[in-house]
Design a protein around this ligand. Structure first.
Ligand code: PLP
Length: 401
């Protein structure tokens, strides 16, 4: 059930009194339901589900994925580091990132990560070179190397990946390191709700994979959308899973599948609670000041993405006012929401910004030197702190004073 409907005004108030306002609250029960929904939607037996932790690196949430037998998708060495700390085995981490330097490449291999999808021939070359230089006992066993695909008709205009015309050179690079190129990685770009945008490219992608003589696995990304506008277009996991399974079975069923959802897996499991600290009216418009900022949740303002905002404590009223929900800085873009229909609010009212589980805390920053909120996990009617609220000390970290 959605958190905003579980949280009574008293409970919301209670959480804020205990942990401070603003506050990220995650619903562990609904996260598990989403994980199960996605897992069941793809019946293809050789599927490795990997949570893309670029969206949320909280260790307690990563453990929920691990306990559900998901693997981890890492964009960066930092993702891997957090994944290992959360208890993922290195062989259950798939790396598909960009532009590692030599030390980082060595670190990734030393950690034992054994599936790497590389973004360019030079990254592939570096990976093979570093791999060869490792002592035998430090080489990750069963290393699987793949290429990230760049094919504008399928991947759009993207800086990422390698074109099929580069495959022969890529194969030569891996062969000279006595390795095989066994993977193809496709990433459609983030936040796509149109299921067809994925299903209609499957055949073309499989045909491209066939161009790799040692092809063993297909990593189909990432990029699956989430319906932030409730009732709006939503990615259909079942349709996608059926079509993909059918095509892979037609292929003979010998290709392993990797799926690495980020946003689709965790966006809906969290809300950001915030308290109204100021009210003013500009003509007919209600201007509400809250105690959070786009530095705590950059998505709505910086990326122009919509997040629903609901009043948890405001009296239920039929009269709604066009409302701007404004952050607690003077940054001109500090809007958590604009032109939202909300009841007349009062100082002290609690608002919930919905669907902030993905790219929420993970993209928060110290821009404007506002501190980051605490994070709380709600499970089976219990709550527990999973990350402390920051204090001003954090602004001094690593500074020479
Ligand atoms: C390679 C790759 N896979 C998966 C993801 C997760 O994307 P999404 O949240 O759109 O599913 C990303 C996001 O950057 C990515 O780069």
């Amino acid at each position: 059930m959605a958190l905003e409907s579980i949280l009574s005004p008293n409970l919301a108030q209670n959480l804020l009194s205990l942990y401070g306002s603003p506050l990220y609250v995650y619903n562990g029960d609904s996260l598990r339901e989403t994980i199960e929904h996605i897992t069941k939607a793809i019946p293809y037996p050789q599927t490795q589900f990997c949570f893309a932790s670029v969206t949320n690196g909280n260790i307690s949430l990563l453990r929920i994925f691990r306990d559900a037998h998901w693997s981890l998708h890492a964009n960066t060495p930092g993702d891997i580091y957090l994944g290992l700390k959360a208890g993922f085995e290195p062989q259950h981490i798939v790396y598909s990132g960009s532009n590692l330097n030599r030390e980082e490449m060595a670190q990734v291999l030393n950690w034992g990560v054994s599936v790497l999808n590389l973004d360019s021939l030079s990254q592939l070359d570096l990976c093979c070179e570093v791999y060869q230089s490792l002592p035998l006992n430090a080489k990750p066993p069963n290393l699987r190397l793949g290429l990230r695909l760049n094919e504008p008709t399928l991947t759009g205009d993207s800086r990422i990946g390698v074109g099929p015309q580069e495959f022969p050179e890529a194969i030569a690079i891996t062969q000279s390191a006595k390795l095989k190129l066994s993977g193809l990685h496709f990433y459609r770009g983030t936040g796509t709700n149109a299921t067809k945008a994925f299903t209609q490219v499957i055949d073309s992608i499989l045909a491209i994979g066939e161009q790799l003589p040692d092809w063993k696995y297909l990593d189909f990304g990432g990029g699956f959308g989430y319906p932030y506008v409730h009732g709006g277009a939503a990615f259909d996991w079942y349709e996608f899973g059926q079509v993909l399974t059918e095509r892979l079975n037609q292929q003979g069923g010998g290709i392993d599948l990797v799926i690495e959802p980020g946003r689709a897996a965790c966006a809906g499991c969290a809300i950001l609670l915030t308290t109204v600290v100021s009210i003013k009216w500009q003509g007919e418009k209600q201007i509400v000041g809250v105690d959070t900022t786009v530095a705590n949740l950059s998505v709505p303002s910086v990326h122009g993405r919509y997040r629903e905002i609901v009043g948890l404590t405001a009296p239920i009223s039929d009269t709604l006012y066009l409302t701007d929900v404004c952050g607690n800085t003077t940054y001109s873009g500090d809007y958590l929401g604009r032109n939202r229909p909300l009841p007349k609010l009062a100082i002290g009212d609690i608002l919930a910004i919905l669907d902030v589980g993905a790219y929420g805390y993970a993209m928060s920053s110290h821009f404007l030197h506002r501190l980051r909120p605490a994070e709380v996990l709600w499970e089976q009617n219990q709550h527990r702190l999973i990350r402390h609220r920051e204090d001003y000390q954090v602004l001094l970290v690593n500074q020479h004073i």
